[in-house]
Every structure is written in structure tokens, then in C-alpha cells.
Design a protein around this ligand. Structure first.
Ligand code: ADP
Length: 368
């Protein structure tokens, strides 16, 4: 076969019009290379849109255009088009997105009894006091302490019909909308539940609740790193997690496991901060003294090691325990410890804002 000049080939390819832009493929810059010799013609096509359906059909269209232009015996040796890109399926696909809830924050701890629920409760009330619409879900299914801390042991949520759907109305107290597993089931009954039952119940509570528009929904997770955690944080579009620990080594070791769980690539929930609880003890009669009963600055060291911000240090105060038990959380009073919880709430809001700003409005984890 006689060599066909490249310019003639380019001209022939101008007959091929992209259906969307109505421009020809040469004009669009899609023809990257034309090689022509006595053996035949090779054309390489490129596209900035990897999965353009037009491009994948282009092979035969180019061959036809060249044979139309130079005769049916024209040898078209090769038409290279960019391969289809198969998208890598995302490891984590949250199914549950609450449209009216801007940020879902999971409060977790490696170990039980470190004050996770105390922090979750006081943090949610402090956020509400700071002007944020806030909800609290007590997901600590086997040991729900929130009914007691909100003085709502006898509260039973109303379930109303909204069209075909049943809607659960949360408790509204201290400016926070609250739901607890303890409002529905006796913890003694829940103990015999298997993991999937517990996580299904939690997901149901989360999605059936009439939360209204919320800036923050705080989830008080069970302690540890169980299947319930995995299922909940994998399926719910959680904005970030807060890990509560005491400065004690055994608690910190478990906190590290908690951090690893959230950072696992299958979970991939950012840990937005650490909260050190029971940091020191100050007796009322010696307000200037600090006794580091569980060790000193353990969470600070962990923060430095992991790069996770330390959001606050809460001292051991008899009033925190008493107020928790009496159903009027400590943050409501005008005390130094109340201020510590309000500062914590500010820090949480700050970290969430940084995260959402970094991700940009279209990539916000929870509302997309
Ligand atoms: P968790 O949710 O980690 O199991 P809780 O929040 O239920 O822990 O706290 C365990 C106990 O410790 C509760 O009686 C609570 O009132 C008490 N407590 C928690 N934090 C403090 C604190 N900073 N000072 C005094 N008591 C505290």
C-alpha cells in the first residue's frame, strides 16, 4: 500500500464529530498521534474523560472514516483508544446518612468506667449551651447510663405515625434531644442480645428518631472495640470520633486500640481528638493542689505520639459523680469543671470546622 500523507489522514478524521460538543475529534485535540507508512495507518486517540462512551466506540468509527476517505483496501493497523477505567469500589460505604444532621460525633473509649458517658453527656449539653442544635444517642446498649444522668429513668419515648413511617420522639432536656437504648429495653434483657441484634436496634433508633435539624449528634458508643462498633461506624456516616481515656497506662493502651479501630482502612473515621478524664484530683479544701492519681499527662503524651489533638483535661471532682447520679450534669452549674466541659465543646466545634473546611463543602462526610 502507498503511504498516505499524515495531513490527509488528519483531514479525513475531521469528519468525525463528537456528539456532545458538536466539534470534530481533531479540533478537540483527541487525535494524539498518526503514523502512516507503506504498511498502513495507526491512530492514537486520547481523552481527558476516561470513561467517555463516545471514545470507546471510536475505534470502528475511525476505521470507517479512513476507508471512506482512502478506499476500502486501506490498511488501518491500529486505533488505540484509552482503556476504560474501572472505579475502585470504596472500602467504606455508609448507608445511613441523616440529611438534617450536619455532624455525627462518636464518643468512644477503649476501657469501661473511664468516664465516656460523662464526657458524652456534658459535651452534648455544653454544645447546646454554646448555641448548637444537639442530639445525643446512648448506644451503650449493655450499660446505658444516660437515662440516669438525664433524670429520665422512667421516660418512654412516644412513637407517632408520619405518613407510613413510625417516628420516635426523643427526650428533650437541658437543650439536648436524647435517645437511649435504656428507654426501650431493660439492660438485663439486652445482655443476651447477639451483636447483630444490638447493632440493628441501634441503627433503627438512629433512623427512626425525629432528631430535627441538628448541628451535632453525639453517639455514646459502648466501651471497647466490638462488632457493634464496627457495624455502626461502618454503616453510619460518622464525621469523627473522640476517644476518652484516663491518664492511666492500662486505659491508654486500650485507647490506642480504639484509635487503631477508627483508623483502620475499612472504617476510616477520623479521630478528631482525645479527652483526658480524671486527669487530677483537687480537694475542695485545697483548691491549689493537684494530685495525679491515675498518672500525669498520659493523654498529652499519646496526643504527641499520634498527632491527635488533646481536646481537654477534666479533673476528678466529686460533683461530677454526684451530678451524674442526681440527673443534673455538672456542666449546668457555674463551676470550674463546667467551664472545662464548655471549653471542650468549643474545641470539638473547632476541630469539626477544620475538618469540614479541609474536605470542602461537597465532600463533607455526613451530608453529601
Ligand atoms: P463510662 O461511660 O466510661 O463507663 P461513666 O461516664 O459512666 O464511664 O463514669 C463512670 C463513673 O465515674 C460514674 O460514676 C461517673 O459519675 C464517674 N466519673 C466520671 N468522670 C468523673 C470525674 N471527672 N470526676 C468524678 N467522677 C467521675
Amino acid at each position: 500500500m502507498n503511504r498516505i500523507p499524515v495531513n490527509d489522514i488528519r483531514k479525513a478524521l475531521e469528519a468525525i464529530i463528537h456528539p456532545e460538543s458538536r466539534k470534530n475529534i481533531v479540533e478537540l485535540g483527541l487525535v494524539k498521534e498518526i503514523v502512516s507508512d507503506n504498511e498502513g495507518i495507526s491512530v492514537t486517540i486520547d481523552s481527558p474523560r476516561p470513561n467517555d462512551p463516545f471514545i470507546s466506540s471510536l475505534k470502528s468509527v475511525v476505521v470507517r472514516a479512513l476507508k471512506d476517505a482512502f478506499g476500502p483496501d486501506t490498511i488501518v493497523r491500529d486505533v488505540k483508544v484509552p482503556p476504560k477505567v474501572t472505579e475502585k469500589p470504596s472500602e467504606k460505604k455508609p448507608e445511613i446518612v441523616l440529611d438534617d444532621v450536619k455532624n455525627i460525633i462518636a464518643v468512644a473509649s477503649g476501657k469501661g468506667g473511664v468516664g465516656k458517658s460523662t464526657v458524652a453527656v456534658n459535651l452534648s449539653i455544653a454544645l447546646a449551651m454554646n448555641g448548637y442544635a444537639t442530639g445525643l444517642l446512648d448506644a451503650d446498649i449493655f450499660g446505658p447510663s444516660i437515662p440516669l444522668m438525664f433524670n429520665a429513668l422512667d421516660f418512654r419515648p412516644e412513637v407517632i405515625k408520619n405518613g407510613d413511617a413510625s417516628v420516635v420522639l426523643p427526650l428533650e432536656r437541658y437543650g439536648v434531644r436524647v435517645l437511649s437504648t435504656g428507654f426501650f429495653v431493660d439492660p438485663d434483657d439486652a445482655v443476651v442480645w447477639r451483636g447483630p441484634m444490638a447493632s440493628n436496634f441501634l441503627k433503627q433508633m438512629l433512623t427512626m428518631a425525629e432528631w430535627g435539624e441538628l448541628d451535632y449528634l453525639i453517639i455514646d458508643l459502648p466501651p471497647g472495640t466490638s462488632d457493634i462498633h464496627l457495624s455502626l461506624v461502618q454503616e453510619v456516616a460518622v464525621t469523627g470520633a473522640i476517644i476518652v481515656s484516663t491518664p492511666q497506662q492500662v486505659a491508654l493502651a486500650d485507647a490506642v486500640k480504639g484509635i487503631a479501630m477508627f483508623r483502620n482502612e475499612k472504617i476510616d473515621v477520623p479521630v478528631i481528638g482525645l479527652v483526658e478524664n480524671m486527669s487530677w484530683f483537687t480537694p475542695e479544701e485545697l483548691p491549689g493542689n493537684r494530685y495525679y492519681i491515675f498518672g500525669r499527662e498520659g493523654c498529652k503524651a499519646l496526643s504527641e505520639k499520634t498527632g491527635i489533638p488533646l481536646l481537654g483535661q477534666i479533673p476528678i471532682v466529686q460533683g461530677i459523680r454526684e451530678s451524674g447520679d442526681s440527673g443534673r450534669p455538672a456542666v449546668l452549674d457555674n463551676t470550674p469543671v463546667a467551664e472545662a466541659f464548655r471549653n471542650l465543646a468549643e474545641k470539638v466545634a473547632e476541630q469539626v470546622a477544620i475538618r469540614n473546611r479541609d474536605l470542602g463543602p461537597t465532600k463533607r462526610v455526613n451530608i453529601n
